[in-house]
Design a protein around this ligand. Structure first.
Ligand SMILES: Nc1nc2c(c(=O)[nH]1)N[C@@H](CN(C=O)c1ccc(C(=O)N[C@@H](CCC(=O)O)C(=O)O)cc1)CN2
Length: 283
């Protein structure tokens, strides 16, 4: 392996430690513990694991959790009503709806029921617009995974200005916002997706590759330009990323591992933004 690893674990631990200090200061000042509400619909084991990880790490950071678990047959109206209750509850500062939700639910309608001031996972249209317009005056937070990726790239001094970034995937909580944040850092961004022609050829032109496609080992080593920076945002079954790690690590300059790369950064940013939301609501 020739690539250097971009490790998220340590950086995430530092971010969680800082969030914990700020949460303790808020409790001292206002007598209120920041609170993150998690909403899980259905019984997908992977989603249940991610929600548990978020709750456990919240606890470590001195952030209280409120857990809402709804049956798989929940309707959009029922879910929207639950989320609105949390949006109206002054004791809840941040709300996370675990994605994906069961097929009968209109996920966009459910996301939009989150008060933008509590949208610590950055999933509402307002958060997306604030991110896309790079407008800090709007009450929008960064999408957790793309925001975590940007922190990791900054920590490893990855030059983005003028760099060609290829984002593979265009989901509303991962690929699309990742591209927007890269654009705000003056990268030249190309979105690739299932209809993109000659994908390997396109990826070979990238200085920075963000793999957010949801297919294990999809991106191969011979798709990469030597010296490229490779960020694997995949979380496929068995902790396997979207990038064929062994092949890619022979060609890339920097690469994120799975596990230990983007995943911990996602949760760290969520907690940091929960404390930001609590501070804004209390202050
Ligand atoms: N509402 C959201 N839903 C989902 C998001 C999200 O950001 N917001 N992201 C993914 C999954 N996800 C968080 O929900 C997530 C996946 C993986 C990890 C993580 O830290 N993984 C570890 C390994 C896990 C393990 O050891 O078992 C790692 O990469 O080191 C965090 C968050 C889908 N849904």
């Amino acid at each position: 392996m020739t690539a250097e690893l971009m490790i998220g674990t340590d950086l995430a631990a530092e971010m969680v430690a800082k969030a914990a200090e700020r949460a303790a200061a808020l409790q001292e000042q206002y007598g209120v513990q920041p609170c993150l509400a998690t909403v899980l619909v259905g019984d997908d084991p992977a989603s249940a694991t991610y929600v548990r990880m978020k709750q456990n790490r919240s606890k470590k950071a001195g952030i209280a959790s409120r857990s809402v678990v709804l049956p798989a047959a929940t309707t959009t109206d029922e879910l929207v009503a639950e989320i609105r209750k949390l949006s109206d509850d002054p004791e809840v500062h941040g709300i996370l709806l675990q994605h994906p939700v069961p097929a009968q639910i209109d996920e966009r309608a459910a996301f939009e029921a989150i008060d933008p001031a509590k949208d610590v996972d950055g999933v509402t249209m307002l958060s997306f617009a604030a991110m896309a317009l790079n407008d800090a005056s709007e009450p929008g937070f960064h999408s957790a995974t793309p925001g975590g990726i940007m922190r990791l790239l900054a920590a490893y001094d990855v030059p983005l200005e003028g760099a060609h970034a290829v984002v593979i995937g265009r989901s509303p909580i991962l690929g699309k916002p990742a591209g927007m944040l890269l654009l705000a850092s003056n990268a030249t961004v190309t979105y690739a997706h299932s209809r993109t022609r000659d994908l390997p050829e396109l990826v070979r032109t990238a200085d920075v590759v963000i793999a957010a496609v949801g297919k294990a080992n999809f991106v191969r080593g011979d798709w990469l330009k030597p010296g490229a920076v490779v960020v694997d945002a995949g979380y496929n079954e068995g902790n396997v990323g979207d990038v064929h790690f062994e092949e890619a690590a022979e060609v890339a300059r920097l690469i994120t591992p799975v596990p230990g790369g983007v995943g911990p950064m996602t949760i760290a940013l969520l907690l940091e933004q929960t404390v930001d939301a609590a501070a804004a609501q209390l202050g």
